[in-house]
Design a binder for this molecule. Structure first.
Ligand code: BG6
Ligand code: MG
Length: 222
């Protein structure tokens, strides 16, 4: 038993794409006459595309206003807006400390994975120039159960060929922390508003991250 891999959430950990999701949902909400603000956006972190739209509809007491098919079409429209914004991302949008951590992890022989429920994760990584730093990306389209279910973290461990207990998971959402803990991984929470289980290590920003810090604090769960 030893640390073998780092499994990262993408949005809010590698890059701050939550703001882009906010802008895309805001544009759709305005078109549909729905109220949506940054506070509501917080609750969408780590939530699937359609799940996010349902939260916005519920907040507006409009959950029954659209059929499943209409909801799908509208959520896809939001995704087109989001994809336009993703094209504006560059290396400058990598959050502080992340690239160095990835370089150091590689140098130490650790494996790296992305556990994001975003179907846009591969394109986001391409745009910020980090695709080559990851050994595997979980296919969000194939993951059946959203965070807080551990499925996506377990899928990453399986794809890497490592035991979950030998992994550190890094997340910025409460649902993600629950998923990491249920997967049996060591959980690092970054800028998380804690409303449930506490991560094993709490950091207020990615700039506090370093491989040395992770190695020093990591304790396997077995
Ligand atoms: C998560 C984001 O990473 O991906 C959520 O935190 C988003 O806000 C979800 O809804 C799904 O993303 P996408 O790109 O597939 O619509
Ligand atoms: Mg996140």
């Amino acid at each position: 038993m030893a640390l073998k891999a780092l499994v990262f959430d993408l949005d809010g950990v590698i890059t701050d794409s939550a703001e882009l999701h906010y802008q895309a949902w805001k544009r759709l909400s305005e078109e549909l006459g729905l109220y949506f603000d940054r506070e509501q956006n917080e609750a969408l972190k780590g939530v699937s595309r359609i799940g996010s739209f349902e939260i916005i509809l519920r907040n507006n007491n409009k959950l029954d206003a659209y059929t499943e098919e209409e909801k799908e079409t509208l959520a896809n429209r939001k995704n087109e807006y989001y994809k336009e914004l993703v094209e504006t991302l560059t290396e400058k949008d990598i959050l502080p400390g992340i690239q160095q951590l990835l370089i150091d992890a590689r140098a130490m022989g650790l494996k790296t994975a992305i556990a994001s429920v975003s179907r846009n994760a591969p394109r986001v990584l391409e745009k910020i120039g980090l695709s080559d730093y990851f050994d595997t990306i979980a296919d969000a389209a194939k993951v059946k159960r959203s965070k807080p279910d551990p499925e996506i973290f377990l899928t990453c461990a399986e794809q890497l060929g490592v035991d979950p207990v030998d992994c550190i998971g890094l997340e910025d959402s409460q649902a993600g922390i629950e998923a990491i803990l249920s997967a049996g991984m060591y959980a690092v929470g970054i800028n998380v508003t804690i409303t449930g289980s506490s991560p094993d290590l709490i950091l207020s920003s990615t700039s506090e991250l370093s491989l040395e810090l992770l190695v020093r604090n990591y304790l396997p769960k077995k």
